[in-house]
Design a protein around this ligand. Structure first.
Ligand code: HEM
Length: 395
């Protein structure tokens, strides 16, 4: 159901676009100052703009507005990859402009995005769970091995988070006392252990310098039309929030977490938006187990299912610790210390200064690990009550 212009554009994104970006990355990377991008590689940059804009014109001329959702979403992703590359090569910078200079491309992104109900840029599903492989190769900005490593392990973690969320979502209809709930909790725990395994593999295999200087810069915020949209990050899918909310480690009516959800909505696919909405209407499992303590804490089902529930919470917490203390620390925080302050402002995908972003991520981690904190409310107290209810029976 795709058209000649959409196919040609997709083909370009998978070939010449990647090659031009790769060649530019190699030039930047060989410089003493690897962050110096402005005025470097101008011939290649001109090629990128000319070829990309040629495809944009063909798409506008064709003007096909009747494409199926997935075809249109794919084209939006391709336009978004093009615009993110323009941003990466400093051919546009939201801090210096009030409007994107790429107005034809912006208009097309805005039209397609409004018709789909998503942000008018590439979002992480375009490079992860909805990144269709042709002959074994998925889309990417460059041909660099480290970019493939980054996308592959992000995707594996995302897929297992989704699997964990799916298993947990069976439980509200079964109730916390059902024997099948134990099966689903075991399934969730297994999936979260797989997330941890792939996070660790990413941590071990990704090259810090290549990631920091040649991959991460494609994930900056940029303008589409007048509005500045934040960069994609691996978290733009519902599964992780479904786990947070269903377990009861994070709450929809917590101002901090509510802000995160509201901001994130348009960066997710519509089915993911609906999954988050559905989860927000479910009573968290934590509340159900706490409620059960009074009458059922000596029952075998409580002992079994509550123990598994606590193990699932711990497994989820471990992935949050890995994200913050391993991935963000090794690949963002430490290399950022070496960076000239001129470039520092631009390094986070979401836009806020690094310290502020670190504060937010720490807050999230502490909710997920139910840390005992005086300044914010976490699930620490209720989880301790559950642990005590198990201990009484085993002592
Ligand atoms: C090199 C590896 C990684 C680094 C350096 C990294 C860094 C970051 C940073 C800095 C943010 C904050 C927003 C931003 O500026 O982009 C973020 C958000 C996020 N990342 Fe990662 N990340 C990595 C891998 C992963 C992986 C494998 C996952 C698993 C799915 C993941 C899940 C998330 C989630 C869910 C968020 C949104 C905030 C949250 O709910 O925790 N990230 N990441």
């Amino acid at each position: 159901m795709s058209t000649i212009a959409t196919d040609n554009f997709d083909q370009w994104i998978r070939t010449e676009f990647r090659q031009i970006n790769t060649d530019l990355e190699d030039i930047y990377y060989q410089q003493d100052d690897r962050s110096a991008v402005i005025g470097v590689g101008n011939t290649l940059k001109n090629q990128l703009v000319e070829q990309g804009e040629h495809h944009v014109e063909a798409l506008l001329t064709e003007g096909d507005t009747h494409q199926p959702f997935d075809t249109a979403f794919n084209t939006l992703g391709n336009l978004g990859l093009f615009m993110a590359a323009l941003r990466r090569h400093e051919l546009t910078n939201p801090d210096n402009e009030t409007e994107s200079p790429f107005n034809r491309c912006s208009a097309l992104c805005l039209r397609i995005a409004a018709s789909l109900g998503v942000a008018p840029r590439f979002v992480s599903p375009h490079l992860s769970a909805n990144n269709y492989a042709i002959n074994g190769i998925q889309k990417a900005f460059t041909n660099l091995q480290d970019e493939t490593v980054f996308h592959d392990y992000n995707l594996y973690s995302i897929l297992y988070f989704k699997r964990a969320a799916e298993a947990l979502m069976h439980i509200p209809a079964l109730g916390v006392s059902a024997s099948a709930t134990a099966l689903m909790l075991k399934e969730t725990k297994y999936a979260l252990e797989q997330v941890a395994y792939y996070n660790k593999t990413l941590y071990d295999q990704l090259d810090v310098q290549r990631f920091f200087y040649s991959v991460r810069p494609y994930f900056k915020s940029h303008r589409v039309g007048k509005i500045n949209f934040r960069g994609a990050n691996a978290g733009d899918f519902a599964g992780i929030n479904q786990i947070d909310l269903l377990l009861g480690l994070c709450r929809g009516d917590d101002l901090f977490y509510g802000n995160i959800l509201a901001e994130k909505m348009q960066y997710m696919r519509p089915e993911d938006q609906r999954d988050v909405q559905r989860t927000l209407r479910i009573t968290p499992l934590l509340d159900k187990f706490v409620e059960a303590i009074e009458h059922y804490s000596d029952r075998p089902w409580f002992q079994e299912n509550c123990r598994l529930f606590l193990e699932v919470c711990e497994a989820h917490g471990r992935t949050a610790i890995q994200h913050q203390n391993m991935l963000v620390d090794k690949f963002i925080k430490k290399p950022a210390k070496e960076l000239d302050t001129r470039h520092l402002k631009q390094i986070t995908a979401s836009g806020p200064p690094l310290d502020e972003l670190m504060g937010q991520l720490t807050h999230l981690r502490d909710l997920r690990i139910a840390a005992p904190r005086d300044d914010i409310e976490t699930a620490h107290g209720p989880l301790e009550r559950l642990r005590a209810a198990l201990a009484i029976q085993t002592s």
